[in-house]
Structure formats: C-alpha cells, structure tokens
Write a protein that binds this ligand. Structure first.
Ligand code: CTP
Length: 405
C-alpha cells in the first residue's frame, strides 16, 4: 500500500484517453489512496460520471456554479483536501488554461486555486502536442512547478496517426504519483539537474534521417544515478530504445534543435550534464516529400548546415547552471582535445573517453573515462556504465554540496 492514506484529486479532461483514467482510479485505490474526481464537460463525452463515481466511491464534481457544490465542497475545499492534483488526460485546452491562468469551469478553478503539487498526463494528437503553443504552455507550466508524465510515442486511438501524444499508461502515472508524493532525500535533494542523452535524428525527408550509434545507456544511467541521490532530474533524450529511468522527468525529442529548446525550457537549474551525441550537422532543407530516384539524375547532394551546440550555448548562457559537465569522445589526443573542448564550450569538467581504444564505449556497456577539469586530469579504470554514472553523480554531489554550506 505505497499510497496508503494519500488523497488524490483526479481531474479528468476530455479525450479518448479518459477511459484509462478509470483504470488509474482502480490502481490508485488498490494502493491505498483515496481518489476524488473532477470531470470537465468534455470528459463526460468519453466516460460517464456514473462509472467514475463508482470507481472512486465518491460523488463526481463537475460544475463550478452548482450551488450545492459551492456551499458544500467548493473548488477551494476540493484542492485543500488533496495531497496531489493529477490531470489525466491533460488536454491541450487544460494545459493552455493553467499556463495562462484562465478559469471557466470547475477543473480550471481548482487548478488555479490550489497550492498543492500538480501532475499532468497529457494526451493529444501529435500535431497538437508539437505545436509551438503547446510547447510554450508546457514550458511555462514546468517553470511554475507542474510535473509531467508522458506523453508516450505510439499510435493514436482516434486517427491511427503515429507520434508523441499518447497518454502514459496508468501504471506509469501511478509511478509518477509516487515520486511526486515521496519526499526527496539524499545529498542532491532540492537540486535540479538537466541531463541530455542518446543520439539525435536529423531528417532528410519524411522517411530518411541522419543518426549516430549512441544508445543513450550512459546518459540514462547518469540520470538514474543523480535521481537516486535525490536530485530533481530533467532528462532530455533523443530517440533511444530505453525506458525512462525511475524518478526522472523525461522529455523526448528527435533533433538537435528540439533538444536545444527542451534544455533551455528547463532553465534555471543547478547543474547540467551533456551526454547526448548531438549531430553536429543537419541537412539544410528537409524535403517535404520523399526524395525520389530519378533515372539519369544521379544521387542527390545534401548540403549540411551546423546544428546549435547545446553544451556551448548553456556553458555561456545568462542563466548558466552552477555546474556544467560535458562529454568528449575522441580517437586521438584525448587529453589535449578534452582540454580544448572544456575551454571552448565553457564547461566545468569534461568526461573524456577514448573511443579508438576499446571501440566499445558507443553502444557498449562499459566505459573507461578521464575527468578533465581546469585543475587536472583524473583517470578512472574501465568499469560498467552504471558504475561510471554513480561515481559521476557522487562527484557532482560533492561539487554542489560544497556551494550550499
Ligand atoms: N554537444 C552538444 N551539442 C552539439 C554537439 C555536442 O551539446 N551540437 C555536447 C555533447 O553532448 C558533449 C560535448 O558537446 O557533451 C562534446 O561533443 P563532441 O561531439 O565530442 O564535440 P564537438 O563539438 O563535436 O567537437 P569535435 O567534433 O571536434 O570532436
């Protein structure tokens, strides 16, 4: 009964994913939580108040101007009597309202009136999720302290379209609720740390892209190790075949430019660790349609342009985190190159690995690194990536803890 005695106020937004909210209620109650539900008018188009109320074993709230509600359990009381507010599915509309402080129904009134933590599980069409307005709203909400779980990639129920926008599964939401409700402990408690991981995919046309062999194993292991020390970790990951590490808030991106935006949206932060193998270049124009082979014309020529350098941008940013850590994969002159990178990119230290030696660092499970800083070079023996991650997390904790005492 991990959630024993916890009071969850669940706001059900209008979307096909609302059916998953029913399962979520069951899962939460199985774990000992009590659940009260607020439904938006649109939610009522997808699930009935009867089924929601049967599962919560409570009445369902939906009307801002219901006299009985206002005299009995108004929006202030609803939010006061909860430990956490969960919005699932969080529609583009609910996100936009809270990001802009708009209130026109009970759900939005509760969200604006609360001083309790809020967790959103967005669900929408991938185009809506990727729209600049939704990206802006999400960034604003994150800045205001709202946590997110999902959305995941997959096929959309209504259109069959693939992309990011599917609501996280009920058990993933339960895990995020447990994280949101567990007081953080450990040497990095209260520290916000950004980690980039994985490769980037740079599109050539709708079916082709430029990528690299990064697996994301090292970056994800670092994110997990920092979270295990209590840090509030914001992982920005390129496309990988790895699950989001436990207790980490993840944003999924494809291109270097998306990664840059996602990292900037997480500022300010106490530290940032740039592990991602960001593509240095992208095709200067993404063809809108598949490039066809045309007899007699020969292969197309790709003109490349430089991608933003995320580490270098953040290393010199007006809101630069206190500690900035970069990685360097080199085949020759390891130390000299790492030292030059340290300076050029404004990092505090560079984790350098010689990719020519074992040839196993990219995609493999082990890593042999050197920590290059202004004050010198520290050599670490060959060890599993998880071990590198733990030692690096300890090093970051030591550096961040000294500044607070
Ligand atoms: N990096 C980044 N954004 C980029 C390129 C790299 O944030 N567009 C970060 C990586 O995450 C890593 C560090 O910079 O922490 C080193 O990347 P690397 O590719 O080794 O350096 P380059 O700048 O590409 O230098 P070179 O090609 O000379 O090795």
């Amino acid at each position: 009964m991990t959630l024993s005695g916890k009071r969850i106020l669940l706001i059900v937004g209008g979307g096909i994913a609302a059916y998953k909210a029913l399962d979520l209620i069951r899962r939460l109650r199985e774990r000992g939580a009590s659940v009260r539900a607020v439904m938006t008018a649109a939610a009522g188009e997808f699930v009935t108040a009867l089924s929601v109320g049967t599962l919560t074993a409570d009445r369902v709230f939906s009307d801002l101007f219901d006299r009985d509600d206002e005299h009995d359990v108004g929006h202030i009381r609803l939010s006061r009597e909860a430990d956490l507010i969960v919005v699932a599915p969080a529609t583009a509309d609910l996100m936009a309202k809270l990001a802009n402080g708009l209130v026109n129904d009970l759900a939005s009134a509760v969200l604006l009136a609360t001083d309790k933590p809020v967790l959103m599980a967005p669900a929408m069409n991938p185009k809506m999720w990727n729209h600049p307005a939704t990206r802006r709203n999400r960034a604003a909400l994150v800045k205001d302290g709202v946590s997110f779980v999902g959305p995941n990639r997959g096929e959309m129920a209504e259109s069959g379209e693939a992309g990011e926008g599917r609501m996280a599964e009920p058990l993933e939401i339960v895990a995020a609720i447990e994280t949101a409700l567990s007081p953080q402990s450990g040497p990095l408690a209260g520290k916000k740390i950004i980690v980039t991981s994985g490769p980037t995919h740079e599109p050539i046309d709708p079916v082709r892209y430029i990528a690299n062999r990064s697996s994301g194993k090292q970056g994800h292991a670092i994110a997990a190790a920092l979270a295990a020390l209590g840090a509030d970790v914001r992982l920005v990951s390129g496309p990988v075949n790895l699950a989001d590490p436990k207790d980490v808030k993840a944003t999924h991106v494809e291109t270097a430019r998306e990664m840059m935006r996602a990292v900037e949206a997480e500022l300010p932060a106490d530290a940032a660790v740039f592990v991602a193998a960001v593509a240095d270049w992208r095709s200067d124009s993404e063809a809108g349609a598949k490039i066809k082979k045309v007899a007699g014309e020969g292969p197309p020529v790709l003109k490349m342009v430089e991608n933003p350098d995320i580490l270098a941008t953040i290393g010199r940013h007006a809101r630069r985190p206190y500690l900035v850590v970069g990685f360097a994969a080199e085949t020759n002159d390891l130390i000299a190159n790492a030292q030059a990178k340290l300076k050029r990119k404004g990092a505090d230290f560079i984790v350098a690995n010689d990719v020519s030696a074992e040839g196993g660092a990219m995609g493999g499970d082990r890593n042999r690194v050197r920590i290059v800083s202004k004050t010198g070079v520290e050599e670490w023996p060959d060890m599993p990536k998880d071990e590198v991650a733990k030692r690096l997390a300890d090093l970051i904790a030591a550096r961040l803890v000294t500044i607070t005492v």
